[in-house]
Design a protein around this ligand. Structure first.
Ligand code: ZN
Length: 180
């Protein structure tokens, strides 16, 4: 069973994005795309972890994630994953209105890869610091998000939407998280 995203709130665009992300996560296309990566993803631990292992983790995952809203004033930040609540992924209220739903879906897949990496524990294929697409483009979350561009045909490329990775409760203050 692939990763399953659940969204309980009412934003129509995010609802559509979640639906699209679930379709992407459920197809054989995603492991196939990941398997085209010949070398381990940057920052993976162990460093010898092949991309195909990430594809297998994804295929065999039982992970169920809730999609929540949160606020980062920077609209360039699409979403957020935090180890404080590892069964949730978050979409930025400031980004949702200005992004195409298909690009939001790719951003949700990026966050789901963080969640998968954190929840399996025995290997890591997140990126460890910062949230810059330019410096982290070889990591699993960004590389996969980027490789999914062809699944959004005709959609203007608004680049890799940045995703925040937060690892402590203090950094969540004032983010107005709502899950349903
Ligand atoms: Zn990330």
């Amino acid at each position: 069973m692939p990763i399953k995203l659940t969204y309980k709130l009412t934003n129509a665009k995010l609802k559509k994005a979640v639906q699209r992300a679930n379709e992407i996560l459920a197809t054989e296309d995603l492991p196939r795309v990941i398997n085209t990566r010949a070398t381990p993803f940057d920052e993976s631990e162990p460093s010898t972890l092949p991309a195909s292992a990430v594809a297998d983790y994804l295929k065999n995952s039982q992970l169920s994630l809730t999609v929540c809203h949160y606020t980062n004033p920077k609209s360039s930040i699409g979403g957020m994953f935090t180890t404080t609540t590892p069964k949730r992924i978050h979409a930025n209220r400031k980004a949702v209105p200005i992004r195409h739903y298909c690009n939001l879906a790719r951003m949700l897949v990026h966050e789901a890869i963080h969640a998968l990496s954190y929840n399996i524990r025995e290997a890591s294929f997140s990126h460890c610091s910062g949230h810059s697409p330019s410096t982290h483009s070889g990591t699993a979350p960004y590389w996969i998000q980027n490789a999914l561009k062809p699944l959004c045909p005709g959609v203007r490329d608004d680049d890799l939407i940045e995703v925040e990775l937060l690892d402590n409760a203090a950094s969540l203050r004032g983010r107005n998280i709502r899950c349903g």
